[in-house]
Structures are given as structure tokens and as C-alpha cells.
Design a protein around this ligand. Structure first.
Ligand code: ZN
Ligand code: ZN
Length: 274
């Protein structure tokens, strides 16, 4: 069975729909993974709106939404995820960082409570199953997909994921801040030998010193981690909204010169792992 990845939103922080962001895309984090008959959605940033429209068109009725964390740019699209409002559909929504906050259902419902949003979570007529776990847990999805997780270094916490299917592996690692010179052992352990690692590359190494404590990393650290962990391909992801297309094109050239395994994620880009 196939193992495919599609990027529906690649931006960090806030959506940036402008003519200068068309090349790479302005929607915030949302990545769809199809593996072993399972549909996994990483994060519900504004990119999930288009994924929802596509699912309706295709008649796709079921998915597991795994949240890295619940900062706005990762959940803003959730109230606009149309398939969740359809009674025939079924979704499992998982998070590994909010058990102590009362759980993922409570957090997502807070986003949709008045006066923030006119339509409450209860209006989602699909079968919605909310499940909390602790970052670090491992679980199965269906018969033949394994999900491993690890805690990331981010304000209020975040979870990194590794999806394994038929000997291939992809990882979704955002948002996270690195400590220069001290590679994150949780991440190294999670990404070891993976075929694809999608990594929080919000800043460049040049910008990073001014952003210490903001919870993000650089593409250069992504390359170092991937090289150290024998990863085949790095997808530079969670682009800063100030990084317009021209800047991103330059960045892509520089990154690929440094390590040919690096690519820059663009909205609508697909990668087939099987
Ligand atoms: Zn983010
Ligand atoms: Zn965040």
C-alpha cells in the first residue's frame, strides 16, 4: 500500500496570503500522510481548509488528526474543516501536550467558544473522537502503521511524530527550538534512519541569535540533525511569513548546496515514499 505525503500549508506563525508568497504558499501548517490505508493529518493550520474541500470532493470520510501542539497557527483552520460537520464522517483528534490543560477536546472547543467564534465544537456532526497521550508514547494506527512520538522544545510543549509503514519512515518535527552545539537527543532518536523529516526551519542561522527563546529552529540545524541521524531527505518547513518567495528561492539554493538531501516544502507539494 502507498505511503504518500502532501503539504497543504507550510507557513509558521500566521497565514500570509500575498502575491509575494504564492510560490511557496501562505497557509499555515497542515500536512497529509496516506499510509497503509490510513489518512493522517498533521496539524490544523489554515491549510486544512483546502484539504477539507478536497476530501469532500473525493468522498473521503475518515482521518486521524495529530496535533504538534495548539498554538494558533496549528489549529486556526480546524473550525473551517468542513468534513467534520458532516454526520457520516469520522475523525480521531490526538495531541500529546495538553493532558494537564484538560485535554485536546477542551482546548479546541475553547477556540470555538463565544465570543471567539460563532459556531461551537458541538456543531461538528461527524463522529469526533478526542484522544490525549503523552509525548514519548508509541501507538498503532490500523494494522500496519506505527506512530512514535517525542517531546519537543517549545513554549507550552509540542510533540514530534514518526510514522512507520512497510520499512519506510517519515517524521513531522515542528515547532521546536534547538540549543546551538547540543543536538536534541529526543529528535535524533526519533528521526534515526528516516526517509523524510519535515523540520521547523522558521529561521536561518543568521537570524537565530535574535530569536532565542521563541521556540523555533533553523534549516541549518535541520541539516545537521538529518546528517547525524542518517536521514534521506529533509523538508524545510514552517517558513517565517517575512520570508517572501525570492528569499525562499535563495534559501533553497543555499540549503541544497550544503546538503542535496534538503528540499523546501511548498504548498501542494507531494512526496511519495512508497
Ligand atoms: Zn507554529
Ligand atoms: Zn508554536
Amino acid at each position: 500500500m502507498a505511503f504518500k505525503v502532501k503539504f497543504w500549508g507550510v507557513r509558521g506563525s500566521i497565514a500570509c496570503p500575498s502575491p509575494r508568497h504564492i510560490g511557496f504558499g501562505g497557509n499555515t501548517s497542515c500536512v497529509e500522510v496516506s499510509a497503509g490505508g490510513e489518512r493522517i493529518i498533521f496539524d490544523a493550520g489554515t491549510g486544512i481548509r483546502n484539504l477539507g474541500h478536497w476530501m469532500l470532493k473525493k468522498g473521503a470520510k475518515r482521518a486521524t488528526l495529530m496535533l504538534s501542539h495548539t498554538h494558533w497557527d496549528h489549529i486556526n483552520g480546524f473550525p473551517f474543516f468542513t468534513p467534520a460537520f458532516m454526520p457520516d464522517n469520522e475523525f480521531k483528534i490526538m495531541a500529546g501536550h495538553v493532558q494537564e490543560e484538560g485535554g485536546v477536546r477542551k482546548v479546541l472547543s475553547g477556540q470555538m467558544a463565544q465570543p471567539f467564534f460563532p459556531v461551537p465544537l458541538e456543531a461538528m456532526r461527524g463522529a469526533m473522537h478526542f484522544e490525549d497521550f503523552s509525548a514519548g508514547d508509541t501507538f498503532k494506527l490500523g494494522e500496519n502503521v506505527t506512530v512514535r512520538t517525542a517531546p519537543l522544545n517549545h513554549p507550552n510543549g509540542a510533540t514530534g511524530y514518526r510514522i512507520e509503514h512497510r520499512g519506510k519512515a517519515m517524521c513531522y518535527i515542528t515547532d521546536t527550538e534547538h540549543v546551538p552545539g547540543a543536538p536534541d537527543q529526543n529528535i535524533l532518536g526519533l528521526i534515526e534512519g528516516a526517509d523524510l523529516v519535515i523540520y521547523d526551519s522558521t529561521y536561518t542561522e543568521e537570524e537565530f541569535p535574535e530569536k532565542v527563546g521563541w521556540g523555533h529552529s533553523t534549516w541549518e540545524e535541520g541539516v545537521r540533525l538529518c546528517q547525524a541521524a542518517n536521514v534521506r531527505m529533509l523538508a524545510i518547513f514552517h517558513h517565517d511569513p517575512t520570508h517572501e518567495d525570492g528569499f525562499m528561492e535563495e534559501l533553497e539554493l543555499t540549503a541544497r548546496r550544503k546538503w542535496p538531501g534538503a528540499i523546501v516544502a511548498r504548498e501542494n507539494m507531494r512526496i511519495n515514499l512508497l
